[in-house]
Design a protein around this ligand. Structure first.
Ligand code: UD1
Ligand code: CA
Length: 458
């Protein structure tokens, strides 16, 4: 039997944030979601989460995780106190308890698996992950002998100068024999610099205690402040880019691009510098993205080109060309081969196959049939100050430059709108619609002579 407990009750004072530390985002997922995700190979029988500071917010974030048991720690009196809260829910539990600090987000699932097998083979009362760090400051130090037996863990702030020279650090990831841990948990004391109950103090009370050193110290990087958050973001981004490069994506300047955990790419995608993919974005085979794009929660079919543009909550069918300087906002659906050019904004609209809006337009709450040519500066006036209304433009229609379509309005198929028109009424299929003042020409007209100024102006 295996239970996993994540410690996520702390405030994270050093983050100086209104958000609890474990809810800080990292490459599109919160720290605590990442920690939970690192357990996915283990198939634990029980999953518990110790919450305290802003407990409701943490619970809400994780409400979709099935079978997760929340345990309240109130007040938060240290990691040992957090684990003491498990004594009741795990009263009848016999088996291993894997304890994970909620602020160690880069752990690989394979490493946890290895910790568990090492623990099971070694028959220790506890096996913990350790790492040798170039800069161990802030971490608890692991004092172990050459056989891998751990005598004690001493927190950085409780170490003397000699002890601080030990670069073997505690990762905050432990596999305990639960009944043995449960027996020593009540013995913890607050006799330390912070006056808290330390989970690390149980190590000296458990025999044998073993450690498993991780090879890549980045894996066990804990996040206490924003510098460490930025460091972990960098490590994750590097991992994500490397993964997608092995899957057939080319980055011209990888370090200038950021991805999210849920970004998916097809083959032969070319990503130019300064492109950022967020949320659940998918990019089809052969797309060329960038330079300079932000694409969030959007789906791009094959062979789409996007240059210097922002796309959010949109779907783009194969062969579309977007930008430079276009914005697709939420609810935009482009069918195959559309062309959205510079300074064009599209929102909550569907454009049929082969539509073109090449310059300076706003299409909001609009439905366009296939092959509509949207003239430069065409605007759908969708908002009457209170409500949003839809504009419908039939297939094959053309709007002249600087047309304003005042919604609600429907243009049938094959309509032509004269340049400079403001249309407020529906137009039947095949018609030409003009809605502008007639041009007035006064021939042989001479401008009035400038007035002669008299005296001193004042
Ligand atoms: C802890 C370890 C340290 C280790 C380091 C690794 C202890 C005493 N020290 O120190 O040896 O090197 O992690 O990153 O355990 N939490 C609670 N309730 C509390 C306090 C904390 O749930 O009352 C949670 C926090 O939300 C956090 C985790 O426990 O997710 C670790 O707490 P933190 O205060 O960050 O411990 P460190 O000082 O980093
Ligand atoms: Ca920490």
């Amino acid at each position: 039997m295996l239970a996993v407990a994540v410690l996520a009750a702390g405030k994270g004072t050093r983050m100086k944030s209104a958000l609890p530390k474990v809810l800080q985002p990292l490459a599109g997922a919160t720290l605590v979601e990442r920690v939970l995700g690192s357990c996915h190979l283990l198939a634990p029988d029980r999953q518990l989460m110790v919450v305290g500071h802003q407990a409701e917010r943490v619970e809400q974030t994780l409400s979709r995780v099935k079978g997760l048991e929340f345990v309240l720690q109130e007040p938060q009196n240290g990691t040992g106190h957090a684990v003491q809260q498990l004594l009741e829910p795990l009263a009848d539990f016999k088996g291993e308890l894997l304890v994970l600090n909620g602020d160690v987000p880069l752990l690989r699932p394979e490493t946890l698996e290895k910790l568990l097998t090492t623990h099971r083979k070694g028959g220790a009362a506890v096996t913990l992950l350790s790492a040798r760090l170039a800069d161990p400051s802030g971490y608890g130090r692991v004092f172990a002998d050459w056989t891998g037996q751990v005598n004690a863990i001493v927190e950085h702030r409780d170490c003397d100068a000699e002890q601080r020279r030990n670069d073997l650090t505690n990762a905050g990831i432990y596999c305990f024999d639960w009944p043995k841990l449960a027996a020593v948990l009540p013995k913890l004391s607050t006799d330390n610099d912070q006056g808290e109950l330390y989970l690390t103090d149980t190590i000296a009370l458990l025999r044998p205690a073993m450690h498993l050193e991780v090879i890549d110290p980045n894996e066990v990087a804990g996040i206490n402040d924003r510098q460490q958050l930025a460091h972990c973001e960098g490590v994750l981004q590097e991992r994500l880019r490397r993964h997608w490069m092995t899957e057939g994506v080319s980055f011209i300047d990888p370090a200038s691009c950021t991805l999210s955990e849920d970004t998916r790419f097809g083959r032969d995608v070319l990503v130019e510098p300064q492109c950022h993919f967020r949320g659940a974005t998918t990019v089809g085979d052969g797309c060329r993205i960038g330079p300079g794009c932000l694409i969030e929660d959007s789906h791009l079919g094959a062979e789409v080109e996007v240059i210097h543009s922002v796309l959010r909550d949109s779907s783009v069918a194969p062969g579309c060309v977007i930008g430079p300087f276009a914005q697709l906002r939420a609810g935009t659906h482009l069918e195959e081969g559309c062309r959205i050019g510079n300074f064009v904004e599209v929102k909550n609209s569907r454009l049929g196959e082969g539509c073109k809006a090449n310059h300076l337009s706003y299409l909001g709450d609009a439905d366009l049939g296939a092959e509509v040519n949207v003239g430069a500066g065409t605007i759908t006036a969708n908002f009457d100050g209170v409500h949003k209304h839809r504009t419908v433009i039939g297939g094959g229609s053309k709007t002249g430059a600087n047309s304003v379509l005042v919604a609600p309005i429907t243009l049938g198929e094959g309509v032509t709108v004269g340049a400079g028109s403001t249309l407020t009424k529906d137009v039947p299929a095949g018609a030409l619609a003009l809605g502008r003042a007639r041009q007035l020409v006064k021939e042989n007209w001479s401008a009035p002579a400038p007035r002669q100024e008299q005296g001193v102006a004042g």
